[in-house]
Ligand binder design. Structure first.
Ligand code: B1M
Length: 219
């Protein structure tokens, strides 16, 4: 049977919605084998599926165990996309330390940002999820990155970003590092209010902005 891009994307979205990791992996493999780019497959296949999951969960039509299965299916696809998203012949563009803030266990969006940063030549140190303020601070002290990135996916964990920026100031580290924040509930306005240098609404924009921030830092 010939490969149909539209059907592949639809089936991939459905595999995330149904939480079927085997299907998600197989459809990802098929897409890559048929010349679909990792970015296109994410944007039109996996992520739209997760958007449906989010809306159903919000409306009470889906429950936590199903959301966990959806996340597992999404990750099964992402694992296969990672090599392509992270492939880079470009020399290091800068160093980024990144993590999901304290109290927050979401990491799918953060990981996409990381893969795409690595794919454009950034060296990335991933601090993981539920990262305490002190851990961000000591990572900046120890690794002296050009950029500190923070993700928050819950309205209740967004204030932790402010705490990290305040701690950077108190530790006299703020001048030496650019800060970028993101995650579904975070806005440009919020980023500005807490004193972040930048905000990005998606991984592609995050890469463009990090390039700009790293260049400014070096100049
Ligand atoms: Co949760 N969850 N969840 N969840 N979950 C949301 C975020 C929610 C919006 C769902 C909803 O109600 N519709 C809601 C938050 C409501 C709010 O705060 N306003 C919610 C809730 C309530 C919860 C729990 C509290 C549920 C409960 O226990 N009752 C709980 C909290 C746990 C905790 O963190 N303490 C919880 C748990 C979970 C799971 C563990 C089951 C799972 C996470 C699995 C994982 O990540 N490993 C999960 C999931 C999967 C979701 C949804 C459905 C999907 C998130 C996702 O992966 N999206 C989500 C609903 C939604 O967002 N539609 C939801 C796909 C991803 C590609 O997009 O994350 O936006 P996104 O990332 C984007 C951008 O935001 C941006 O680039 C990424 C790629 O383009 N970006 C950055 C991200 N980080 C960036 C950093 C940057 C720049 C850009 O610079 C540094």
């Amino acid at each position: 049977m010939s490969f149909d891009k539209k059907i592949n994307f639809e089936l991939a979205s459905n595999s995330v919605i149904r939480g079927n990791d085997e299907d998600a992996a197989q459809l990802t493999q098929e897409a890559l084998a048929n010349g679909i780019t990792a970015k296109e497959f994410l944007d039109f296949g996996l992520i739209p599926g997760m958007d449906v999951v989010g809306a159903r969960f919000r409306d009470g039509d889906m429950f936590l165990p199903e959301v966990l299965l959806a996340a597992r299916a999404m990750k099964a696809g992402m694992e296969l996309l990672k090599p392509e998203l992270s492939k880079s012949d470009i020399k290091p563009a800068g160093k980024v330390v990144i993590g999901t803030v304290a109290g927050d266990l979401h990491d799918i969006g953060k990981n996409i940002v990381i893969y795409m940063l690595e794919g454009t030549g950034f060296t990335v140190l991933d601090l993981g999820i539920n990262v305490a303020t002190e851990t961000f601070i000591s990572a900046v002290q120890q690794h002296q990155p050009h950029i500190l990135g923070m993700s928050a996916f819950l309205t209740t964990t967004m204030p932790a970003m402010r705490q990290v920026i305040e701690s950077l100031q108190k530790s006299n580290l703020r001048e030496g590092v650019k800060v970028i924040v993101g995650g579904a509930p975070v806005t440009e306005h919020f980023a500005h209010e807490i004193g972040s240098d930048a905000y990005a609404e998606d991984a592609g924009t995050a890469v463009t902005i990090c390039k700009r921030l790293a260049r400014l830092d070096n100049s």
